[in-house]
Design a protein around this ligand. Sequence first.
Ligand code: WQD
Length: 428
Amino acid sequence: MESPRLSDTGTPGEPYSPVGVDTPATQSSVLFDGNLEELLRNFPLDQYILVTGGLGFIGSHTTLELLKANYNVVVIDDLSNSFREVLDRISLLASKHHELQGTKMPELHLHAHDFRDTVALKSLLEQYQVESRWGTSKSKISGVIHFAAYKAVEESIRSPLKYYANNVSGLIDFASTLGDFGIKTFIFSSSATVYGTLATSGLPLREELCVHKQEAFHDDDGSERAIQSGCTGITNPYGRTKWMCEAILADLAASDPEWTIVALRYFNPIGCDESGLLGEDPRQVPTNLLPVVVKVMTGQYSELQMFGTDWETADGTAVRDFIHVTDLARGHIAALSTANEGKLVENFRTFNLGTGRGHSVMEVVDTMERVSSKRIPTKASSRRAGDVGSCVAVASRSQAELQWRTEKTLTDACVNLCSFLEISGLSS
Ligand code: WQD
């Protein structure tokens, strides 16, 4: 199906007008003989979710899942590490979903600027302000998911100030402006790197191991443990920016109960949407494992360097908790609805988004070779600065409090990546 050319409108209320393609949005009748549930299903609430970095790897998958869940979405993305055509692909996939469901395609808007451009941000937020009957103004933006950040561990070691300026100062100004507009439901893209060297302590990585106020929790053997706020042995500036942002947001929530803030600690997102249309295609040189494996599979790289084969793991290569990006995206939907329904245990809450199961680098290579029937040349190399030997989630809190759990496997992720390579014509 030819992807329709789509205008990226910046004006709310003017939903996508795909050029030359009819969609349920233009077909749907306003005469409903259905019940309220059907009405709500077909008419997304006049609420919008603001997504920064919404065209990036995780952002694009989350934007797609939001649209499929009937949310209107406003994306801010400066295209520094993404491509505008991703917007068309998201809209195509979401439109197909709603066509099959017989439901109305929500609105999707792109504002292609840096989230740190406060003038542009304020202009955007003004467009979504409405005057209430009592003369107070209220935003139609009912929640924000903040992905926009630099995320390359090694680059953060070389250029720390760039990371602190964008990830930390950027967050402070962004949250301040949102607060000025009364937008106070905030989902923050955090990372398992906040656990630092605790990752290799052998302790199960529970959220309680990295807190921002003194807390007590019960160990698996039932004994009560007091944990002080702070972090332990974060190994790189990137991880420190994530921890600092969490601490800042925790303080903000403590200062103003109107804020509802969730920090989602990603483990290792991999794979792509099953359609194969949203594969990870960063502008910048990839450093994460699967994008590098893809480069080897397409012949752009001659081999995969395995950073460290002497880790204290079963096969000597590092172990990570690889979570399918679609599961990760759906974790954001679960966090958003839990926050908006007022069901969070406290108004600042952290959640691990992981599978709870580890796989080694070697296992990833073996799985991809099995799924693709391609050999992936590897070379044992020295450890990479900032790496840890193992990092695997305890996923029980997000299962219990967000009613969310992962459903896809490492094999699913590899199968979906192969589809992406086929469709993109990249598979040699
Ligand atoms: C995974 C394993 C590497 C590339 C990073 C960042 C952060 C976080 C997750 C969001 C490691 C090994 C990698 C290669 C290799 N995302 N590897 N050869 O470092 O666990 O975490 O991504 O917060 O971006 O913390 O992920 O994919 O870079 O590495 O051997 O060419 O694969 O040494 O053991 P990492 P990664």
